[in-house]
Design a protein around this ligand. Structure first.
Ligand code: ARG
Ligand code: GLU
Length: 651
């Protein structure tokens, strides 16, 4: 039966069934280039990454602290996601100019809006510096000593690398659990200006309802411009600055996207854990994720109830609610995916085979040592995870509490579900003494909450609460985590090396760590459930089908309805799916075709595939991209900003 089903899928999408997972280091892409070319790529490794000539890497940037962006004109024009530019768009918004709601389009360079605090970083080069980083390290040194060797050598390397030139920034990053170290040297530009953003009803269309889901119809893009000093080098904001002239920018393909097409993604994936021990996978999928989902379900129920009752509260909590809901929804997909893949069991079998192979070698026993450390670590890790979802989530004592975006009723009710969860999940003997005593005084969390949330002007009780809980975390929990993690780091370094020897023929990519990576695959649909097949492209017709003035997430601008009513826009492409291996941080990444042209912007994954941070299932792991042609359509038809398109190189 199963075979039969798979062969039907294979017949539908002959090219997608193969695993294309991996987030590869661009400077080593020559090792993958034959495979990429066999799958349709028509350029060379040097076109992707080169330190001798301009290459595609020169058109990709780390945008802000956790997104990717790319250059699309010779005059510094940059495109990234709407949700990556959201904070900037929000900070320029006011009641008179609500750019979040209405969108923003600079019609001249003079109208572009400076964004203090925002920076973009271009990778100048990356180099293996393992031997320099480990200079002075001797076998037999403890993990702490090793750490301090690594730290001081890294600091020196960074200083040397950035000494003489302006705007240079460097970091040394561990790959494969510290078996290898790389230095990354970036040039960081800080005069970045907002150029354009669609209304949220396009840029955030579908909101949290559609988040992590397919079919998707979100026009998730915004545009900025990088400015530079007279010498084209980074400079602080000045009206005298000029648009940055990039070494390389992306041409834009308007040819369209077909199932089976080769695609590749160039960006900054944040974090994956593909090589962890089964016990850690079990902790994540059976212990930590379920508890965090449970707590957030209760918090979201409260937020949503208050938001539905008041327009004011809806605005106040939309960003907070989105961020609580984002991880909440992702974890649910992750749990489901790990269980479906039977990853815990599969990893256990792998570990048994590994230990049989490792017997008598320097790798013998490493998986058992990791398991033992994980057992010891687990209660502390769980206490940390619960603390961060409960006591730490209470808003009233927060230093940076923004009263404008605060609702005391939500916080009061949330306190009850949060601290009741704390009571339930953290074993009594681990709970802070102070907490037990206060709870006994008040008699119940409810009563405590009534006393603590009388008014925003009386925060003493809340401040004491936050301080005492933090004190507990810092003295009882964190030091244990630090000690055990450090012991584990050593074992994982060994285990990682062991896995690479054990599976000699497998290509191991280093876990994501917010450094520049290449992922490649194909445009392809998937089957989310029995009897269902999702096509890989969505169109404007789907936007209109979802359109509903009564539902906030689906209420499109009237102009879009009017344009559609003119006829002929049904097939306007909006989003597409592919099986590129991506994660948080890849938002805004260029999605590139076989000729190196831009075809889209990555912005999400499908939630059935969110376990790809731990284990990749080629059948359902899909990244979701905005079709670049939808961005062009919105810029032209909604923004009437055709001058921006003139700047681009359309193919
Ligand atoms: N799920 C995407 C990501 O992980 C998009 C999040 C922003 N959108 C939202 N509706 N919350 O970042
Ligand atoms: N939306 C994510 C981000 O902001 C990308 C989605 C993912 O986790 O793959 O980076």
């Amino acid at each position: 039966m199963k075979k039969h089903f798979l062969s039907i899928i294979a017949a539908l999408v002959p090219l997608c069934a193969v695993a294309d997972d991996g987030m590869w280091l661009p400077n080593l892409i020559s090792a993958r280039i034959a495979d990429m070319q066999a799958k349709g790529f028509r350029l060379s490794a040097e076109d992707i990454y080169s330190v001798n000539q301009a290459s595609l890497k020169d058109a990709v940037v780390l945008f802000g602290r956790g997104c990717t962006g790319e250059l699309i004109s010779s005059e510094g024009l940059l495109i990234t996601n709407h949700h990556c530019g959201y904070g900037q768009i929000q900070s320029h918004s006011s009641v008179e100019h609500d750019y979040l709601r209405d969108g923003f389009w600079a019609m001249t360079r003079a109208e572009e809006l400076p964004c203090p605090g925002l920076s973009v970083s271009f990778l100048e080069r990356m180099d293996d510096v393992s031997s320099q980083v480990l200079r002075g390290y001797e076998a037999g040194m403890g993990e702490r000593q090793r750490d301090s060797v690594v730290r001081s050598n890294s600091a020196r390397l960074i200083e040397e690398a950035t000494a003489d030139e302006k705007g240079l920034r460097a970091s040394v990053e561990a790959m494969y659990y510290g078996n290898i170290y790389y230095i990354f040297i970036y040039r960081e530009y800080t005069d970045i200006r907002l150029v354009g953003a669609p209304p949220s009803s396009i840029g955030k269309f579908g909101g949290d309802t559609d988040n992590w889901m397919w079919p998707r119809h979100t026009g998730d893009f915004s545009m900025f411009r990088v400015y530079a000093g007279e010498d084209n080098m980074p400079a602080d904001y000045s009206p005298e600055n000029r648009p940055y002239s990039p070494k390389r920018f992306f041409s834009i393909s308007t040819k369209g996207v077909q199932e089976g097409d080769f695609t590749f993604i160039y960006g900054f994936p944040g974090s994956t854990r593909e090589y962890i021990h089964s016990s850690e996978v079990e902790y994540i999928s059976e212990v930590s994720d379920p508890a965090r989902i449970d707590i957030r379900t209760r918090r979201l129920e409260i937020q949503k109830r208050h938001m539905a009752a008041s327009q004011k509260v809806r605005i106040q909590y939309s960003a907070k609610c989105a961020s609580v809901a984002n991880a909440w929804k992702k974890w649910q997909g992750e749990v489901k995916g790990v269980r479906k893949m039977n990853t815990v069991q599969k990893k256990r079998e792998y570990e048994r085979a590994f230990e049989l192979w490792a017997a008598g070698s320097r790798y013998e026993g490493v998986t058992e040592r990791i398991a033992a450390l994980e057992r010891e670590l687990r209660p502390y890790a769980f206490a940390r995870d619960i603390y961060s979802e409960t006591a730490y989530a209470v808003e009233l004592p927060k230093k940076n509490l923004v009263l404008k975006d605060y609702d005391i009723d939500i916080d009061r009710e949330s306190f009850v579900v949060e601290m009741e969860a704390f009571l339930r999940y953290v074993p009594e003997e681990m709970q802070p003494q102070w907490f037990r005593e206060r709870l006994a005084d008040f008699g119940s969390i409810e009563a405590w909450s009534e006393a603590m949330f009388r008014s925003v002007d009386e925060r003493e009780m809340a401040l004491e609460f936050a301080e005492r809980m933090q004190e507990w975390y810092l003295s009882e929990i964190r030091p244990q985590i630090a000690r055990l993690s450090s012991e584990m780091a050593l074992e994982y370094r060994t285990y990682m090396r062991g896995q690479m020897e054990f599976e000699k023929d497998r290509d191991f990519f280093p876990d994501a760590n917010l450094t520049l990576r290449v992922a490649y695959g194909r445009v392809c649909g998937y089957s989310p459930a029995d009897g269902t097949w999702y096509k890989p492209v969505s169109t404007l017709m789907g936007v209109i089908e979802k359109d509903n003035p009564d539902i906030f997430d689906y209420n499109i601008p009237q102009t879009l309805r009017d344009i559609y009513a003119r006829g002929g826009y049904e097939d306007t492409p909006v989003c597409f799916l592919a099986n590129n291996h991506t994660t948080g941080g890849n938002s805004g990444s260029p999605v590139i075709n076989a000729d190196g042209e831009l075809i889209g912007l990555n912005f999400d994954r499908v939630w059935e595939g969110t376990m790809s941070d731990i284990v990749f299932d080629p059948e359902v792991c899909r990244n979701i991209s905005l079709d670049i042609r939808y961005a062009l359509f919105v810029i032209r038809e909604i923004g009437h900003a055709g001058h921006l398109i003139e700047e681009m190189d359309l193919r």
